[in-house]
Every structure is written in C-alpha cells, then in structure tokens.
Design a protein around this ligand. Structure first.
Ligand code: MRU
Length: 364
C-alpha cells in the first residue's frame, strides 16, 4: 500500500552483489521514522522476527521463508538446512504461518542437491510473498460486502480493529484492513476505531500510521474504550486478524482481542476475523489448551516509547520495583466469532464452516 503516496511493501527483493538482496521496513522505528534495511543473513532474519522489526503472522512467515533462503546461500548442507529451520522455528512461537512457511520451503529443498538449494529457496520465498498478496487481496474482496451492507443501511460505517493486521503485517493489503482499504477505495464512508494495543502499541503506532498514509479516516482509542463505544452504538462491525486459527474456529490473536469479542457479543456487534488459509492450524482443535502463547519481556509493559521535543525516548510507566507479566496473545473461542473472512469466502467459525471452504482438509 502507500507510503508518502508511493506503493510500498513490507518485504521485497533488490539486486545485490551476491544475487537477490532481501529488504524490509524496520517496524520498530515506525511511526517516528521510516527506515528500510537489508537482511544480509539468516541470523539477521531470525533477529528481525524475534525483535519484531517484522511482525504480523503472514509477514513472519514470508520473512522466515527468506531466512531459509539466506541460510542456503551461507551453507546449503543438510545439516545447515536442519539447523536454520530450528533457529527460525524458535524465533516466535505463536503465529503458525512461520511453521507453515519453513515446512513448505524445507520440504522442497530436502530432495535437491545442495548446489540447487539457494535458487530454489529464493524462488519459493518469493512465491510465498506473492501468494500472500493475492490471498490478502481476496480477503478484501470477500469482506467488502459486509461493509457495503452496513453502508447501504446507514451511510457511515464505523469499524473497530485491534493491533495491526494491516499491510505492514502481511505482504500487502493486510487481512483485517483489506476490506477496509477496498471499501475506502470504492468511495464508501468508512471510519476506523484503532485500538492502541498496549504494550507495544501496534495500533497507535502502525495501524494509525498506515491508515493515515492511505487517507482512511480513523481515531485511536485506548484498549479499554472498545466496550464503551460498542454499548453506545458507535461500532458497526469489528475486523481483526489472527496468528493461529484452529480447525474448530478458535482464534488466537493479539492480547485483548478476546475482551473485544466478549463486548461485541454482549452488544450484538458483528465480530469478524480475517485470515489467509496458512493461518489455519489444521492440527489443532482447542485453541485454549493447544496454542503456545508467547510471553514477551516485562519491560514492554513497564516502559513506553514516545516522541518528545528531544526525539524518541523510552520512559518507565509502572511503579519502580513492581513486576509485570506480558502474555502477547489470547484465544477467542469460536462461539464469539461471527465469521472467518478467508481468501475463499466467509466461513462460520467451526470445523464444518472451515471444511465447507477447504474440503481438501477433510481427511487431515
Ligand atoms: O505481535 P505481533 O505484532 O506480531 O501481532 C500481530 C497480530 O496480532 C496480528 O493481528 C496478527 O498477526 C494478524 S496479521 C495479519
């Protein structure tokens, strides 16, 4: 989508002296600085994922695929393929797109001779990124009628979103934002309530920035405001993303998503989760007991980053000495989800609903 009026993606290739060079936007610098950088090695790809220079389930998957390609440039042996797979696998635990992407790339590389692996890995990583762009575009195609239906009834459509499931979290379009961008581009009157999304502020920092770059009207609210807005009738529909959705339609997403879904249920506000199919973990049924929830550093809770007159600073916002816990994701049970917006259409959040769209998964 757009950065300063020009089309940009969060991961791309440029020509380097050794072949394709992988480049990313350093998302830890947004919204205060727009900086791009190369990922010169698999170790840097692991660091970029772990330290959240890139984040969001689909983008984590694409970056990990490129990470394996960079590993094959460094050493295409069987031993390094396994070791790089393990290092990438451990870089972040919750988004299943990571495992999906490196499983896919590694399965294609193992039968090849080492000399063929670098080119094959780059080709597949490139294809994964391109496929994600199309999957996300199609999520927008299927989500757009949900917005159009509300617009036809009442004109302005107020949408609430949580965290950043925007183009910065994918290879383009975003998941939750794809229907929003397509509605806006079509001239519909949309307005987005952007949950700030503490502790890392992906809403206030990233979603607000990208909506602003595209010109989409939006307002940032603190995480606790959503229920109040819904009670007042100020939210027509919720669109969120997911890091892992189970076979039975439970949805794991950024911490706080569950509370928004509870409020939406109480207020009869439709609550839609937008996802490309690589985010479905067909091996998992019960989200609460089977999905690993990432626990991040307590400093993300006790400190915040902000822009002051002297530049970007980090300040402590918790009483000195008080401990903090930082679970990064929660699980919203399928019963609270109105529908799953996928690249193939809108599914009921249930095994039957998902299998109706993905019949090839029946036996899995
Ligand atoms: O910790 P993050 O920033 O990687 O979390 C991102 C989210 O929770 C997104 O909602 C999710 O990955 C879906 S991205 C299209």
């Amino acid at each position: 989508m757009k950065v300063n009026g020009t089309h940009h993606r969060p991961i791309w290739e440029s020509e380097g002296p050794q072949g394709p060079e992988v480049r990313i936007i350093d998302q830890t610098r947004l919204p205060f600085a727009f900086e791009t950088m190369a990922l010169p090695s698999e170790a840097e790809a692991v660091r970029a994922i772990a330290d959240m220079l890139v984040r969001g389930a689909p983008l984590i998957g694409a970056t990990a695929a490129y990470g394996l390609a960079l590993a094959m440039r460094e050493d295409p042996s069987d031993a390094n393929l396994s070791a790089a797979y393990d290092r990438l696998f451990r870089s972040r635990p919750t988004a299943v797109n990571l495992r999906w992407a490196i499983d896919d790339v590694a399965a294609r590389l193992r039968p090849l001779a080492p000399a063929e692996r670098e080119a094959a890995a780059f080709a597949r990583a490139r294809a994964i990124a391109e496929e994600d762009v199309e999957l996300c575009r199609m999520i927008g195609v299927h989500g757009l009628p949900l917005i159009e239906e509300i617009a036809a009834r009442k004109g302005r459509v107020n949408i609430l979103t949580h965290c950043n499931a925007g183009w910065l979290a994918t290879c383009d379009w975003g998941t939750a934002t794809s229907p929003i961008y397509q509605a806006f581009d079509k001239g519909l009157d949309v307005h987005v309530w952007v949950d700030e999304t503490r502790p890392r502020n992906q809403g206030g920092f990233l979603t607000a920035w990208e909506l602003g770059q595209h010109g989409v009207p939006h307002t940032v609210v603190v995480d606790n405001a959503g229920g109040h807005l819904m009670q007042r009738g100020d939210v027509d529909i919720c669109f969120v993303g997911t890091d892992r959705t189970t076979r039975e339609g439970d949805v794991c997403n950024k911490i706080g998503t569950y509370l928004k879904a509870l409020a939406a249920k109480d207020c009869s506000v439709p609550f839609y989760v937008c996802l490309p199919s690589p985010t479905i973990d067909w091996t998992v049924r019960d989200g609460l007991s089977e999905i690993p929830i990432e626990e991040r550093r307590p400093e993300e809770v006790t400190e915040v980053q902000g822009l002051g007159p002297e530049g970007v600073r980090t300040v402590r916002v918790v009483a000195p000495g008080s401990p903090a816990a930082n679970p990064a994701f929660d699980v919203t049970p399928a019963r609270l989800v109105t529908g799953l917006v996928t690249e193939r259409g809108v599914a009921e959040a249930s095994e039957a609903g998902l299998l109706a769209l993905y019949p090839e998964r029946k036996a899995a």
